[in-house]
Design a protein around this ligand. Structure first.
Ligand SMILES: Cc1ncc(COP(=O)(O)O)c(C=O)c1O
Length: 402
């Protein structure tokens, strides 16, 4: 992959000096995705499933084709691919609909301290309302979920296993290929947060055999405001919708109504039409780039950066062995929010804070971290500049007595 050439595909990278190292928060948007969404707004900017005129047929046809493209991307069926507002609303839907209707006080939900708040708080609510217990997989000394530790908490009471595929703070991959069959031996269902996996991993839901899986468009070269809930057909067929209104029903009577089939019963109101069409274009772009090639590229950049960082006095790296492009680190004695402003002045966009994953930040025993996340459009020169600015920042804060 030629990251220099790729930079030309992203208007924000050609219009101003910017080293963007915050893809784990949101990826940048390529020209072709913007163009595809503009085409919708200029050529057929109307609703789907309603109008009996040509441009509405075109909108419906493009929207339907977009769902199929995204379903194929994860090897799901069309009916198993639900549009949501993002990974958060998909994960909430699973917990609210499946969790509240199926769990009781005798049941256990396995989660981890590596989860994003979007995959912890919905299950905390389910636990409070049903009496089910939240059980945390003990992390190993590096902060990883291991199959061995998972086995220690799996029990006959386990009804749900809710784990991240890739941690947004540590960049570790969860060994789901081993964990999912173990969970199924206990008849537990597995919910996978794939928000950080979809941008750089080929996901095959049939091979993985997860029950539910969620991700967001804006982390994988697509637009904001759209995400995907994947669910096995037999589970989605039984699942109750959590939002009610237009377009999700076949028939409405005075005191009850009949829902459409999945995926439509979960999608009330006007859907994110431009976003769905834009996300399908992002998927085509990702497939052309090849997710495995992206991952190899970002790991090479991360590796180069980590090797330089761990040699620097006054810098702590928390995840040197991560197998993605994410580095969690700090300048010793400097609050990440102060440090991140220094990087901003040098046109480097980094993230600072708890990254909506306070449990792993507490586990690390720090108030917050800096996070650099590399992606397909970052170059080796970006790494060199980043390392120079880390040194400059460390020297600056040391000189002013931090
Ligand atoms: C691992 C993980 N899960 C879930 C989310 C939530 O995604 P969204 O904000 O798009 O709903 C994020 C976003 O940072 C994430 O990194």
């Amino acid at each position: 992959m030629d990251a220099h050439k790729l930079k030309q595909c992203f208007p924000i990278l050609t219009s101003q000096p910017l080293i963007y190292l915050d893809t784990a928060a949101s990826s940048l948007t390529p020209k072709r995705v913007i163009a595809t969404m503009n085409e919708y707004y200029t050529e057929y900017p109307v609703n789907v499933h309603r109008g009996v005129y040509q441009i509405s047929y075109k909108a419906t046809e493009r929207y339907t084709a977009a769902r199929q493209t995204i379903a194929d991307f994860i090897n799901a069926d069309y009916e198993e691919t639900v549009f949501t507002r993002g990974a958060s609303s998909a994960l909430n839907l699973i917990a609210t609909s499946y969790g509240l209707n199926n769990l009781t006080a005798n049941d256990e939900i396995i989660v981890s301290e590596l989860e994003h708040h979007s995959h912890i708080l919905p299950w905390q609510q389910v636990a409070k309302k049903t009496g089910a217990k939240l059980i945390y997989v003990p992390l190993n000394s590096e902060g990883r979920i291991t199959t061995e530790n998972f086995k220690k908490v799996l029990s006959d009471q386990t009804k749900v296993v809710a784990l991240t595929y890739i941690s947004n703070v540590m960049g570790y991959q969860t060994p789901l290929e081993e964990i999912i069959p173990l969970a199924h031996q206990k008849n537990a269902i597995v919910s996978v947060d794939a928000a950080q996996a979809a941008p750089h991993k080929t996901i095959d839901v049939k091979k993985l055999n997860c029950d539910f899986l969620a991700f967001s468009g804006h982390k994988m070269l697509g637009p904001t405001g759209i995400g995907i809930l994947y669910g096995k057909r037999e589970l989605l067929d039984k699942l109750e919708p959590v939002e009610f209104g237009g377009d999700m029903n076949d028939q409405v009577n005075l005191y009850d109504a009949v829902w459409k089939e999945t995926p439509y019963k979960f999608e009330t109101g006007t859907p994110p039409i431009a976003e769905a069409i834009g996300l399908a274009e992002a998927v085509r772009f990702l497939q052309e780039l090849d997710p495995e090639a992206i991952l190899n590229h970002e790991i090479a950049l991360k590796q180069k950066a980590v090797e330089a960082l761990i040699k620097l006095e006054g810098v702590t790296v928390y995840n040197p062995t991560s197998e993605t492009g994410i580095i969690a680190f700090n300048l010793d004695g400097v609050h990440p929010h102060d440090a991140v402003s220094f990087f901003d002045q040098e046109n480097i966009a980094l993230r600072a804070g708890h990254h909506c994953a306070q449990l792993i930040i507490q586990w690390l025993k720090v108030p917050a971290t800096l996070r650099a996340s590399f992606y397909a459009y970052n170059t080796h020169e970006d790494v060199d500049t980043f390392i120079e600015v880390v040194k400059k920042a460390r020297d600056f804060f040391t000189s002013v007595g931090f």
